[in-house]
Structure formats: C-alpha cells, structure tokens
Design a protein around this ligand. Structure first.
Ligand SMILES: [Zn+2]
Ligand SMILES: [Zn+2]
Ligand SMILES: [Zn+2]
Length: 230
C-alpha cells in the first residue's frame, strides 16, 4: 500500500518535471520557491489520491465553463441573424433561443460557484497558491505552447487565422476564457457534420488524473492546467 502511494506520488512528481525551466523563464524566485515547496509536499506530505481527484475536478469544471461561455456566444450570434431576418418561420424560434440563453446564464453561475468551491478545497498550500498565481494572469492559457498545440490538434481556432482564442467571447465571463471546446461557434461553423463518438474523442481526448499510471495526455493536462506557467 505504501509503495502504491509512493508510485502515485512519483507519477505526480513526473507531471511537474520540466516545469522549473518554464517557471524561471516567466517569473522569479517566488515561483521557484513555490515549486521547491510543492515538490517537498508532494514527496512527503500530500495524499496523491486527494490531489489527483482535485486536479481532475478543477480541469473538468474549467472546460465546462468554457463550453457554456462558447455556447452562449453561439446562441447570441444566432439571435442576431434571426433578428436581421424578416422570415416569420425564423422569428418563431426566437423564444427558444432566448430561453436557452437564460438557461446558459444560470448554468454559468452554477458552474462558477462549483469552481470556487473546488478551488477553496484545494488540498495543499503551494499547489493552490501556484495555481491561483497562474490563473491571476488573464492570458495564462495563451502562454502555454502545449495548450495552443492541443487546441490545434483538437481542430480548434489556434490552427486557423481567425484568432478566436486571443479574443475572449465575453469579457464578463473570465472563467470561460480559453481554447476551443466542442461548443465554439467558429469551429462549429466549419464542422458541417454532427460529431460522432470518434469526432468527440478528437474534440476532447480522454484524460483521467484519478487513474494511475497517468497517460501521456493526462500528464500534459496536469502540467498545463495546474502547474506550468510556460
Ligand atoms: Zn475561430
Ligand atoms: Zn474555435
Ligand atoms: Zn485555441
């Protein structure tokens, strides 16, 4: 049992390796000190199961916040098109779209509360302060080369010249800023098909930080979302 825990801790530690280089490029001694403390805690004090469950929840919730924000933007675009259209058949779907917008607004509020509860429940100090420090920079997701490449690999806007990821869809929805999800209006307009299961896996490959050993993709997700400011 003890050796299983040790292996999990080493898996998480492996997820952090390489981040020092990125951190020193971006920031100074404070971040380096945080990393040293984080490693010490990971190796000696942190329960890897608690940390991996927390990381999985926070990443899942952040992706859901982006999905809701991007879907809102899509519905608003549709409303503008219908508004500009005099066809009564098109006008007839307006109440449904307004209702969807209201539901999405409630869903965003609910997810935002969930997110804040999850962040408050972060099990360790250095992990939490490092994570909050990264999130305090509004363009954190644009600084990560891995996240940009992941967006391209998933068929997102970083692979095109539209620049959607650089321009957040709604300035009030800061927790919904980030790279494309399956709900991105711009990506949807280029996908003239209903996504099947294989396509959905491509739009968001599987990651499960609660399943050890971590897959390569899970390790990269942990590093990009939780720890690395590069
Ligand atoms: Zn785009
Ligand atoms: Zn997109
Ligand atoms: Zn992107």
């Amino acid at each position: 049992m003890k050796s299983e825990s040790k292996h999990k801790k080493l898996a998480i530690f492996g997820g952090l390796s390489g981040c020092i280089e990125g951190a020193t490029r971006v920031s100074a001694n404070w971040m380096r000190w945080q990393i040293v403390r984080g490693k010490r805690l990971l190796l000696w004090e942190t329960n890897p199961d608690v940390l991996s469950r927390w990381a999985q929840s926070v990443i899942e919730t952040e992706i859901l916040l982006r999905e809701v924000t991007q879907q809102e933007s899509f519905v608003k675009e549709c409303i503008q098109i219908v508004n500009a259209n005099s066809d009564p058949v098109a006008k007839a779907i307006m109440p449904d779209m307004v209702e969807e917008l209201i539901n999405l607004d409630h869903e965003y509020d609910r997810l935002e509360r969930t997110y804040e509860t999850i962040v408050d429940g972060c099990p360790t100090g250095p992990i939490k302060s490092g994570y909050l420090w990264i999130r305090s920079q509004s363009d954190w997701y644009l600084r990560s080369e891995w996240l940009r490449q992941d967006c391209i690999n998933r068929g997102g806007c970083c692979g095109r010249s539209c620049g959607c990821c650089e321009v957040p869809p709604d300035p009030r929805r800061r927790k919904g800023w980030g790279h494309c999800t399956a709900k991105c209006a711009c990506c949807k307009s280029l996908r003239d098909f209903q996504a099947n299961e294989r396509d959905k896996r491509l739009l968001q490959p599987k990651y499960d930080l609660t399943a050890f050993p971590w897959s390569h993709y899970s390790r990269q997700m942990f590093r990009a979302y939780i720890w690395s400011p590069d």
